[in-house]
Design a protein around this ligand. Structure first.
Ligand SMILES: [Zn+2]
Length: 310
């Protein structure tokens, strides 16, 4: 297994062919965990045998410690087969619009909706990365209002009629070479200076070049270079094209996937949307993040300090 590395399958057919059995999934997990061969997390020893009594668990030949290939991942101690976890994470990572618990249940042939729901909920929880790095360089920021559905509204009521409220959302997109890179979205309580400054300071690195409209609440965010643009509301999409495109995609996604976002979980929805947006070109990384496989590669804490543009 030493040096084991294979290209991650990009197509459904390829994925299906590769992760068809429990041991194929376990082999992948082994290779990701121990790319240079087994290393005991207890004593650092390199010799181990596979236990017959516990699934995909290795016992160190030196200290006797037992380590499962799923330890530290979302799959650990789960009763569901690894193939189900792999398939669910792949579907969730590769569907550009996301996938509902019901769709997951149907596509994976799961016996109960409850199981599908739990699976979905656990994978979604992995979409919020607490150690993510702030945006930097050139960043567009703006705010918007999103309609939400209430308990009694079965579907979205068009035109913002009664029963449909609005939630306030602040957003930012990092621009690199004229193209969007990463984004941030956050539910805010108001469009005042305290809310928007708090959002900006939480989302962007110091010395970021921030582009906004001339809304007074953005004025003088501390530690951030600011380039307010004075224009009429009709031209906002011209001056801030990417954040406006992000907002309109978000609204369309919310209406299409969940038949209208609910207020109680809005931040979770925003996190899911941002997760997918930020990893739209690295589905492989998305798959691994969802399963908790890549969780051990925490970014170096000092990277921010030595950033070229910091
Ligand atoms: Zn050991």
């Amino acid at each position: 297994m030493s040096g084991y590395e294979r290209r991650f399958p990009m197509s459904l057919i390829e994925f299906q062919g590769r992760f068809v059995t429990e041991s194929a999934c376990a082999e992948y997990l082994f290779a990701r965990r121990w790319p240079e061969g087994f290393v005991c997390p207890g004593c650092g020893g390199g010799r181990a045998w596979l236990l017959k009594t516990k699934a995909f668990t290795y016992e160190c030949a030196d200290c006797g410690r037992q380590t499962s290939v799923t330890a530290g991942t979302i799959m650990h101690a789960s009763k569901l087969p690894l193939t189900i976890w792999f398939w669910a994470a792949f579907l969730m990572a590769t569907h550009s619009n996301g996938i509902s618990a019901l769709q997951l249940q149907n596509q994976l042939g799961l016996g109960s909706y409850r199981t599908a729901w739990m699976l979905c909920a656990k994978l979604r929880r992995a979409m919020v990365n607490p150690v993510r790095e702030p945006l930097s360089g050139l960043v567009e920021a703006d705010e918007t209002m999103i309609p939400f559905r209430t308990k009694n509204d079965p579907v979205v009521v068009p035109g913002g009629r009664s029963g449909v409220g609005k939630m306030l959302v602040a957003g930012a997109v990092e621009i690199d070479g004229g193209k969007p890179r990463r984004a941030r979205l956050k539910v805010i309580e108001g469009f005042g200076k305290p809310e928007l400054h708090a959002f900006v300071l939480g989302a962007v690195a110091p010395q970021t070049w921030l582009v906004t409209d001339d809304w007074p609440s953005y004025q003088d965010p501390p530690g951030v270079r600011h380039n307010p643009i004075t224009l009429g509301p009709m031209a906002a999409h011209v001056a801030l094209p990417w954040i406006h495109r992000l907002f309109s995609n978000l609204k369309r996604w919310g209406l299409g996937v969940y038949h209208g976002l609910r207020k109680t979980n809005l931040q979770h929805y925003l996190d899911e949307f941002v997760f997918r947006f930020n990893r739209r070109r690295t589905r492989h990384a998305a798959f691994e993040t969802l399963l908790g496989i890549g969780a051990r590669t925490v970014p170096a804490p000092y990277r921010l300090l030595i950033r070229k543009d910091a």
